[in-house]
Structure formats: structure tokens, C-alpha cells
Design a protein around this ligand. Sequence first.
Ligand code: AHR
Length: 349
Amino acid sequence: MKKKITFMWLLLSMLVLSGCGSSRPVETTEPTSENSNIVVGFSQLGAESDWRSANTESMKDAFSEAAGYTLVFKDGQQKQTNQITAIRTFIQQDVDYIVLAPVTESGWESVMEEAKEAGIPIILVDRLVDVSDKSLYQCWVGSDFELEGKKVCEWLHQYTLQNDIAAEDLHIVDLQGTLGSTAQLGRSRGLNEAAIEHGWDIVALRDADFTQEKGREVMTSLLRTYDNINVVYCENDNEAIGAIKAIEAAGLVPGKDIANGEIMVLSFDGINEEALEYAREGKIACIGECNPLHGPRVEAMIQALERGETPEKYNYVEEHIFSALPDVASITVDGVEYAVTEPVMKEKE
Ligand code: AHR
């Protein structure tokens, strides 16, 4: 598989592509000597959240020079066009593997076909792509985002049963993640299905793009528009931190006592220390874990491909559910029981 390309050439092409002699920052790793490392082009979608930063760090750690890799890293800044350009650059550089964390699901067919024609395998990480020809990628590793959503909603359902809160008294707003991303589609679907099943009132859905600033802005505007919101379903922890700041700035209280005017915050990820601390204080009632530490998992896939093996196509990571509130000890979703545990990032314990 490994093409053992010369790194002086790679360095040269990076300099040309980044504007040789200009002061623009080169955002790629720059190999400086000839060697036989495996060259991996990683198109990361952006740096919108703490989850994303942890994911980037995990990838950079796994694909180190010491481990026998040269990682060519490109930050797509949340724009699919940047990611498509990055993939075309990787093709020109004739890297050994392309790893893609796609910002949204649609629109990848052509560029992935170009990589296939060039004989460069693509591995997907975190989110999925919507292509009819599944042979355009070798394999994927990431989370079951819909299951994450179902787990958090089941926690909410059990909480309402324990506390005699009628389903019709829940007035929920959904601060959605980047629209069209696998994480948003799955988590929004999880909420929508639970709302239909239990008869919850979904007051509004708004795009908050997985960022703290948008979470704050969108929640501020929703609180001005609606006076009955008592649950905010944030599709990641950065949005939740922003929403809490908006709730407090409006003179309201984030917490579990929704019968007495508090606003319950629900969230996802469990990697950001500030969010975990809010969860320990009860300002975030429940977090569905989303594990970002995919570097070693992707590296194991590349090693399998190097040995001529075929890795499993879809690889879901196991995830927990966190709450510091004593009300719900465990939940059962699709016949599987999950213990509700203290808000601590599991792999960092
Ligand atoms: O795709 C994973 C999601 O993307 C994480 O929940 C979120 O924090 C990130 O930006």
C-alpha cells in the first residue's frame, strides 16, 4: 500500500500550494527529510468545539513521525469547499491514505471518485457521507449519534416520571448542531422521535452550529421570543455553555427544578471540563457522551489495510451517559441498559 514518496517533493508541493515565499501560515506538517513513513492526509472539518480540538489532538498523537507516519493536516474551517480542496491537494501529493472528517453528509461523490481513481483509500472518521457507492470509502469510525439522542431523551423521560412532571408540561427548544452533519441529524432525530412518542412540546429548533457563541446568541433570542421554555436540548457542550450564559444573563436559572421556573439543560460530548463541572453542579442535567479519541482507532485501521486485511466497514464506539442528579440510576434504550454515571470523561479517568 505504502508508496514511499519522497518527502522533499512533498515539502516542495506544500510550499507551492501554500504560496511559496508569502507570510501565509502553512497549516500542514512539513516533512524535512526523505524517509519511508506512511503519509496520511487528514482533512479535519474545523475547530468549532472542544470535542473537535480533542479529536485533532488524538489524531496528531496517533500519526506521529515516531510512530512511522507523516501527517498532512488541513483544517476545513467548517466549510465543505475547503475540505474538497484539501482532498484534491492530498491527491496531487499522492498521499498513502486520506482520512476525512466530513462537515456535512452530502456533496462528496465527485471528489471521492477522484481519490478512488487515484488509488488512494479514504477512511471516514466521526461523521458519515451520503454517497450511493459505499466502496468510495474503506471504513468509518465514530458515534451512534441517534442512540446518543435517544439515551438523553430517555433520561429526560425517566426524570419526568420520577418527578411527576406531565409530558405536555415540557416545552423544549433544540439548539441544533451544524445542519446536515451526521451528529445533528442523529441527535435531532432522537429528540423528534421521543417528542412524538411522549407528547412533548418542541417549541423551536434553531441552528447553533456546535459553537459556544452561537449557543449563547440563539438561546438569548429564543428567551426573548418564548416565555415558556423549560428544557434546552443542546446538541453539544459548547452550545450548552453558551446557553447557560444566556439563561443566567436573562436572570433565569439553569437547573432541574422546572416546575419552579428553572430551565433544564441537556447536552452531548462530556470532554469539556467546564461543561463537566456544570454537570457536577447540576446546571447541565444530563450529558450523552460522545467520544473524540479516534486517533488510535483510525491508526489501527490503517495498520490493518497495510497488512492487506479488510477492516470492519462501520465501527461504533461505546459511550456512557452522565448525570450528577440522583433521580435516574439507569436507562434502557433498544433493549440495552446503560448505567447513568458521574460526569467524568471515561477515558481520562
Ligand atoms: O461530530 C461530533 C460533534 O461535532 C461533537 O458532538 C461536537 O462537539 C462537534 O463539533
